[in-house]
Write a protein that binds this ligand. Structure first.
Ligand code: PLP
Length: 260
């Protein structure tokens, strides 16, 4: 009998097109050799063209999935993604406050196509309830602006963004500068140590699922025992490869690839 694999949980939304959300999370976990488990928060009807519909699950269904997994199987790390509503953000934050496992919070706001994945009324719950549970929070620059009001136009502004995010209580902030021109530069900091992570930009428009993949890879590496800077560095390498291998699917933006 082989030893029990390291277990990682994603709490996120389903992407019917298989490129982002729960589907990207589970593919990442499989690729990195951990056992992936899922608490589905919402179901989206989605493809390469955008999100055609989204339905959140009842709070009881989210709580029950979480308790089923955690109380029996156990988790070594948790990742959160699309949480849809203030009620779900509050419920998930309450559940996460009871775990010792590291938590990676991807504060998903809007999809690449501009479709809202979080109600505007949930922003305050993300700031005050969810971010304080995070070992690492991974906002992109749009999410930084939405959550903190800080607008970053250049690498120089990323420190201020990190401070504004850290003020809400995550232990580490990973500010993702991928939307700036030039190299894909991210800043990881806990307020004292600062790690700049730089990767050459791949000229590939098929990047659907990038944020989900990065956060899941960080959670997987944390579950495998790496420190936060080690986990984020390894996850950035993974997602850079996945972006380079992203492929066309449907008529719009295709997904990053996990089989590279
Ligand atoms: N759909 C779901 C369910 C997601 O969780 C996310 C991102 O977290 C997206 C879509 C957006 O993916 P992208 O912005 O990479 O297109």
């Amino acid at each position: 009998m082989s030893p029990a694999p390291v277990r990682v949980l994603t709490v996120a939304g389903s992407d019917s097109g298989g490129g982002a959300g729960i589907q990207a999370d589970l593919k990442t976990m499989l690729a990195l050799g951990v056992h992936g488990m899922s608490v589905v928060t919402a179901v989206t009807a989605q493809n390469s063209l955008g999100v055609q519909g989204a339905w959140e699950l009842p709070v009881e269904a989210v709580r029950a999935q979480y308790r089923s997994v955690v109380d029996d199987i156990g988790v070594r790390a948790v990742k959160t993604g699309m949480l849809a509503s203030a009620e779900l953000v509050e419920a998930v934050a309450e559940l996460l406050a009871t775990t010792d496992a590291p938590v990676v919070v991807d504060p998903v706001g809007v999809s690449k196509h501009g479709d809202p994945l979080l109600a505007a009324s949930a922003l305050d719950s993300v700031r005050k309830r969810l971010l304080p549970t995070a070992t690492v929070a991974t906002p992109n620059l749009d999410e930084v602006a939405q959550l903190t009001g800080v607008r970053v136009e250049s690498e120089a502004g990323m420190r201020e963004a990190a401070e504004a995010v850290l003020a809400y209580g995550p232990r580490w902030a990973l500010i993702k500068g991928g939307h700036l021109a030039g190299d894909a530069v991210d800043l990881l900091t806990d307020g004292s140590a600062a790690h700049w992570l730089r990767a050459p930009r791949h000229d590939n428009r098929h990047t659907h699922g990038t944020g989900c993949t990065l956060a899941s890879a960080i959670a997987s590496h944390l579950a495998l025992g790496r420190t936060v800077p080690e986990a984020v560095t390894a996850a950035k390498e993974y997602v850079t490869g996945a972006i380079a291998a992203g492929f066309a699917l449907g008529g719009g933006i295709g997904p990053v690839d996990h089989g590279w």
